[in-house]
Design a protein around this ligand. Structure first.
Ligand code: ADP
Ligand code: MG
Length: 696
């Protein structure tokens, strides 16, 4: 690099010919300001315009360039008026079909002689057809050159065409010679990879040579793509590790999980902890004994007994004279925790506070006072716990239950809300959705993880059957029979739209029909639109056994614990993800009787749906199901939408690039230790704006 040549990231896009304020604004929307940003705007995929495909060799669904003689252009009046052009080469004949065309266009095509077209071959009325292909009239005396490279297709935005982007990138590539991009990977790390200089990788990916391995490039596993995917994954990983480091640079209260209070709690519990629970409690105890904030994720399948683990952690805070907060994602679950915690803690002389968004003003005021004075030693609630105006006296531990779908940002803002000066509370996140390793390594790199991989003794596995909606009447009889034996059942209604109103309506209708069909049973109803009071009353009645059949929306998805319920019907299970189905099914199989889950699907089922329901029937292991979910639906669905936004990669793909993750992890640790100065630059290059609001 010449000494005074500005580096690529110092050259604004307006350096390029034809880029004024307006275009610069559009580029900015894609996060592109400098030439370096532009060069890191990588193709989503490629199309091949480097060779001519013989017409006879075309296959449906394939996008290709063909060239031949025009054999007539006619207007055809079918369902829709169209212009049909016949094109012939020495291997065959194909139809070009245009629905939008002008008289002039028709005439030009008629007289074209030789034509070169580019488009996707599809089956049409007259065999293979190209619909609205791009075309160019060929002067046979002067053969027009083909594209020499694969044509990149970029992520675009409104008013910014592929054509325009390609033009800009062609210009930007011209700068690479004089202004190489900054290499951010140290040599040692590059050696682990393919040693591809960054400039070469960028040049290659924006304009791959004609003989480039098309399949590899299309699939994204060309070494040059992998080089950049690695760097991108590294950036994401580093950003999480840095956040963790930042949090842990603050102090935390040291807590001891031992003593009289803990012993009395365990004695009164009525059961012994499983080996897995003991192990996880021990891991937590070690964390909170340190003056560094704990950042731990506890994964435990539904029913594995996470609540009691949370209670023990909370007890450590209380025993040290401080406060613990337990946050649940829904009112129903928060209410259930309140009952459990009160039942466990009140006899030990511990005051349990309660805060949700639905308290009356007076009750809220009382609770806030208890929390602020420290009188409430353990506080249970929803996210209202961390809203404006809630002041803890001395919060030492935050437990977030069933909140794996929270994005990093929310995790962080909670951490922040609980902090006092430079002392932060310990943080425990619990999830019943097992997280496949690849996702855990990337989305949760800021957390340590513990796994409760054992269910309490005496559980009988749930038998799952997959039955068509056409046999609904039989299923209703099954509910009748089960309830006649004194058991209880759930009937879960799902809806395509994520509308609380619509699903509430559907559940109401179903409850009415079932009450009619099952006159001798008490049928209850819960959904998201009920008043909290009514919801609580219904749940309590179901728990007492006063309600036989509970019709519900997916509000009962997480946490609800009624051991006598041993039958669950899920209507239209094909509308839900596997993780969610697994959660729902976890509501049964909690007692000693054999439990059943009926997946009552609407036919016909798509192939993927069939596979998913089969996976549900064949496995009750949350980890197996989560892996299957990842395979069938991708990381976005498994992680939830919030996280997906945060985890949007430009070039990397968690599934495809899973085998890079181990070296990404190693690389990140090396960098943090040996090249801390480079970390921020790598993060900035790949995450840019995004990481700025990750500040704690
Ligand atoms: P989850 O992990 O799904 O949150 P819960 O904490 O709700 O599970 O526990 C499910 C049920 O198992 C509860 O009724 C709880 O009291 C019971 N339980 C938890 N641990 C044990 C254990 N070690 N032995 C017996 N029962 C247990
Ligand atoms: Mg739970």
């Amino acid at each position: 690099m010449t000494q005074d040549a500005p580096s690529l990231d110092q050259l604004p896009v307006t350096t390029l010919k034809g880029v004024g304020g307006q275009l610069a604004g559009k580029l900015e929307k894609l996060g592109i300001r400098s030439l370096q940003d532009l060069l890191f705007h990588l193709p989503l995929r490629y199309v091949d315009r480097t060779r001519i495909t013989p017409i006879g060799a075309l296959q449906p669904g394939v996008t290709a360039v063909v060239q031949g003689e025009v054999r007539g252009a006619d207007i055809v009046f079918g369902k829709r008026r169209s212009l049909v052009v016949r094109l012939q080469d020495h291997t065959g004949l194909i139809t070009l079909r245009f629905y939008h065309f002008s008289g002039v266009q028709k005439q030009r095509l008629e007289e074209a002689g030789e034509l070169r077209c580019y488009g996707e071959a599809r089956r049409g009325a007259s065999g293979l057809e190209l619909y609205h292909p791009e075309y160019e009239v060929i002067d046979s005396t002067r053969p027009a050159p083909l594209q020499e490279t694969l044509t990149p297709v970029y992520p675009a935005t409104e008013g910014l065409t592929q054509q325009r982007l390609r033009g800009l990138l062609a210009q930007a590539l011209g700068y690479l010679q004089k202004h190489p991009p900054t290499e951010l990977l140290p040599d040692a790390l590059r050696e682990q990879l393919d040693q591809v200089p960054l400039a070469d990788a960028l040049r290659y990916l924006h304009a791959p040579p004609a003989d480039a391995p098309v399949a590899a490039l299309m699939d994204g596993n060309h070494p040059y793509q992998q080089r950049l995917a690695f760097e991108e994954l590294l950036a994401h990983h580093l950003s999480l590790l840095l956040l963790r480091r930042q949090v842990q640079s603050d102090g935390a209260p040291t807590l001891t999980l031992a003593g009289d209070l803990v012993e009395r709690f365990k004695t009164r519990l009525g059961f012994a902890l499983t080996g897995a629970q003991e192990r996880v409690v021990h891991e937590i105890a070690q964390d909170i004994a340190q003056p560094i904030p704990m950042l731990r994720l506890v994964q435990g399948d539904v029913g594995s007994g996470k609540t009691v683990v949370a209670a023990l952690a909370a007890l450590a805070a209380v025993a040290s004279g401080r406060q613990a907060a337990i946050m649940a994602p829904t009112e129903i679950l928060a209410e259930q925790h309140r009952q459990n915690f009160s039942q466990w803690f009140t006899p030990l002389g511990i005051t349990v506070g309660w805060l949700t968004g639905r308290l009356t003003a007076a009750r809220r005021r009382d609770q806030l006072a208890l929390i602020a004075s420290g009188e409430a030693q353990v506080v249970v609630g929803t996210h209202a716990l961390f809203q404006e105006g809630v002041e803890f006296k001395d919060l030492a531990l935050i437990v977030i239950d069933e909140q794996h779908r929270f994005g990093v940002h929310q995790r962080l803002s909670l951490r922040q809300k609980g902090s006092q000066g430079s002392v932060r509370p310990h943080q425990l996140i619990m999830t019943a959705t097992p997280i496949p390793r690849t996702l855990a390594m990337s989305a949760y790199a800021d957390l340590d993880t513990s796994v409760i991989d054992e269910l309490p003794p005496g559980r009988t596995p749930v038998t799952t059957v997959v039955i068509s909606e056409q046999r609904r009447a039989q299923v209703v009889e099954r509910v009748r029979a089960a309830c006649a034996e004194g058991r209880q059942a759930y009937w879960v209604c799902t809806l395509i739209e994520e509308s609380e109103t619509l699903s509430a309506q559907a559940a109401e209708d179903t409850a009415e029909q079932l009450a009619l069909a099952l006159g001798e049973l008490n049928v209850g109803l819960v959904h998201g639109r009920l008043k909290p009071k009514d919801k609580e009353a219904t749940m309590a009645a179901f728990k007492r056994g006063d309600i036989d059949l509970l019709v519900a929306t997916t509000v009962i998805e997480v946490g609800v614990d009624v051991p006598n319920a041993s039958l669950m019907i899920i209507e239209n299970p094909e509308r839900l993800g596997l993780a969610q189905l697994h959660q729902l099914r976890g509501r049964v199989g909690r007692g000693a009787t054999a439990s059943h889950c009926v997946l009552l699907y609407g036919s016909p089922l798509s192939q993927t749906s069939r596979e998913r329901l089969t996976a549900m029937r064949d496995s009750s292991d949350g980890f197996v199901i989560a892996e299957k979910d990842l395979e069938l639906r991708g990381p976005g669905e498994v992680l939830g939408t919030r996280q997906t936004g945060e985890m949007a990669f430009r070039i990397a793909d968690l599934q495809r690039d899973a085998e890079l993750l181990d070296s990404v992890k190693q690389g990140a640790h090396q960098l943090l230790h040996n090249h801390p100065d480079l970390c921020a630059n790598i993060i900035e290059r790949w995450l840019g704006e995004k990481q700025r609001y990750l500040q704690v």
